[in-house]
Design a protein around this ligand. Structure first.
Ligand SMILES: *Cc1c(COP(=O)(O)O)cnc(C)c1O
Length: 468
């Protein structure tokens, strides 16, 4: 019986000669299609050979060319997929570092395509035709947004901190408050970065309190710099005391020292009007007298990965000459997307709808409810009775180490299956294409509408349905 079934598998050449086979050869290549046919037919052979007699009676093997070539096509498509693939973020965490942090605005995406398709003015002066600076393109817009006289952009904010410390502290002591020895994950710890930069750490104050006098007393001949790190991913609450940035800047300048501030997730506009709590803006730091401020491009700013350094020209000039700058510099794609993102901020009201990160952070609860109802309706139309789903109020998070305590009201769809466990459901969703990442709570899978894009509704419904 087995031999009989096996003999029905069409020959490679016959499959190749079929019209469908020819079409696949045109779309892929002769070799790839031959390899795929061998793979698929070997799988079928294996399946037949390992099946019990009983299974053979039950399973119907459809060995027509059309059916086999359809499997070959699916196989080729799957092999062609990139492993770094789009994903659906149903977690409600807006700046989700593991899912790629920020989505880009339309203008930023267009900038990427234009730069990919063409030669560009990356490092050329259009007036003289001579070599120009990579950073000239964004200097003016960063001045508009922050008031800083000069800028430099590197790969990410971790690189910005490393470069600024290496260049400005130059092997001398760096004074920092104990309450600001931040770890931001991925083994980026401020004390470790300092060590790499050659600077020596001098901690002042206690975990919850630091006074101006603590800084004052720590300053010696060996001091190279005062560092302030914005504790963006945690808050010290209760019996606390911090030194105002302006006071710290005045002290530093009195002692002829620079003040460096790592803002983490920098913002240009105070977001309290949108219901979020207060976070310092880059301009406030510059106006308070900070000499150099560093921040990320892809956290609250909602742009591409980048480390933005703004501040006094004399320190920026020194950084530009530092050997690390070449190793840490930003690439042309990120730079193009960053310029486009920054320009959106000229009209902040517009930016709130055009920059996806800002849009998701400021979306109204009414709209989230509407989205939940729409998705629920589509699920109801497509899914069997094995699934149950309910709309519930819940909380989403900002993520990316920003606004650690902020709880954003949201609506979620709570999904359950009568046979599949919650873990099985979540695993199935992750294994689909594109993968869906959701939260698990109350023994259900939660789809948070804050980070789900409407354009993905149909896909989500199809993928959930296929798990049944
Ligand atoms: C996120 C963060 C960084 C690192 O920024 P990346 O852009 O992720 O490299 C550094 N410092 C602080 C305070 C941060 O919050």
């Amino acid at each position: 019986m087995k031999q009989e079934i096996l003999s029905q598998i069409p020959a490679v050449n016959d499959l190749l000669a079929a019209e469908f086979g020819q079409r696949l050869v045109e779309d892929y290549s002769h070799q790839l299609v031959v390899d795929a046919i061998r793979e698929i037919t070997a799988e079928i052979r294996e399946e037949v050979l390992t099946a019990t007699e009983k299974e053979l009676e039950v399973i119907e093997f459809d060995l027509s060319s059309r059916v086999i070539l359809k499997q070959v096509e699916d196989y080729l498509k799957k092999e062609d997929r990139l492993l770094l693939s789009p994903a659906i973020n149903a977690t409600g965490v807006v700046i989700h570092t593991n899912l790629g942090r920020s989505l880009l605005s339309k203008s930023a995406k267009q900038a990427l395509i234009d730069i990919a398709d063409n030669y560009s003015t990356l490092e050329i002066d259009v007036n003289t035709g001579q070599r120009g600076s990579r950073y000239k393109n964004i200097k003016e817009i960063l001045f508009e947004l922050t008031g800083a006289e000069d800028c430099l952009v590197v790969n990410n904010n971790a690189a910005a901190v490393l470069l600024a410390l290496s260049s400005m502290a130059g092997g001398h002591e760096v004074i920092i408050s104990r309450g600001q020895l931040v770890e931001i994950g991925g083994s980026f710890r401020i004390p470790d970065v300092m060590e790499r930069s050659g600077a020596k750490l001098v901690e002042v104050g206690s975990t919850n309190k630091v006074h101006l006098a603590d800084y004052q007393q720590a300053i010696t001949e060996e001091t190279g710099l005062i560092l302030k790190v914005h504790t963006s991913n945690y808050k010290v609450l209760g019996f606390t005391k911090d030194v105002e940035t302006q006071e710290l800047a005045e002290l530093a300048h009195q002692k002829k020292l620079p003040l460096l501030e790592d803002l983490g997730s920098g913002i240009f506009v105070d977001l309290t009007d949108t219901g979020l709590s207060y976070e310092p803006t880059v301009r406030e730091s510059i106006e308070a007298g900070v000499d150099i401020v560093t921040f990320s491009g892809d956290k609250l700013l909602g742009g591409p990965q980048a480390g933005i350094i703004v501040g006094k020209k004399k320190y920026i000039d020194e950084m530009k000459r530092h050997p690390l700058t070449r190793a840490l510099r930003i690439d042309k794609f990120s730079l193009a997307a960053l310029e486009a993102t920054l320009k959106e901020y000229r009209d902040f009201e517009g930016a709130k709808s055009k920059i996806p990160t800002l849009r998701m952070l400021t979306v109204s609860i009414e709209e989230l409810k509407e989205k939940a109802e729409e998705l629920k309706e589509e699920l109801a139309k497509a899914l069997s009775d094995s699934f149950s789903f309910m709309i519930r109020k819940n909380i989403s998070r900002v993520g990316g180490g920003s606004f650690p305590l902020e709880e954003l009201d949201t609506y979620v769809i709570e999904l359950k299956h009568e046979i599949l466990s919650t873990e099985d459901l979540a695993e199935g969703l992750r294994a689909s294409y594109p993968p869906i990442f959701a939260r698990i709570a109350n023994d259900a899978v939660l789809f948070d509408l804050r980070t789900i894009q409407r354009r993905d509704f149909t896909k989500i419904v199809e993928l959930v349905k296929s798990l049944d």
